[in-house]
Design a protein around this ligand. Sequence first.
Ligand SMILES: [Zn+2]
Length: 186
Amino acid sequence: MLELTELRWQAIYTNDISSDGMFFYAVKTTGIFCRPSCKSKPPNRANVDIFPDAKAAQAADYRPCKRCKPTGQTLPNEEWITQITNYIHHHFTEEITLAKLADIAHGSPYHLHRTFKRVNGITPAAYIHQLRIDRAKAKLIETNSTVSEIGEAVGLANTPYFITLFKRLTGYTPAHYRQLHTKEVK
Ligand SMILES: [Zn+2]
């Protein structure tokens, strides 16, 4: 679920069509979810849940609105970002820069950064970092590879940087994390 920011609330309140595809809003009291542009009566702000896509809203047991048909079509921005996200999942072990992503996705780095963040709720760089660190965590527990080997395997070949980033996102150094999570096994 995404946060109900002031910007998103304004988009809902003003039926802002340019926000369609960026998020969906659901209303707890009705159990229905809508596109931001839906012309239905503005909901009570306290009852609104925000979702990044229609699938997530449906997974939370909300039904699509009959008026704005939020599941009716895949919107271009969503589809575009899905493709980019898939690319990241297949290539995160390589070097990925915003410029390279923008090149592959045929968009400007600025537009990509902004749209990615609106769709996924996180910047491309933060998304890639999180993905890499999640994989590193699994490898620290499941393999006997060294910290630098694991860093390299997840696209962070610069070991000091890998350790710094790991610590920033998890609160532990990779070695400490491994120690904490493999103690029982040994
Ligand atoms: Zn609606």
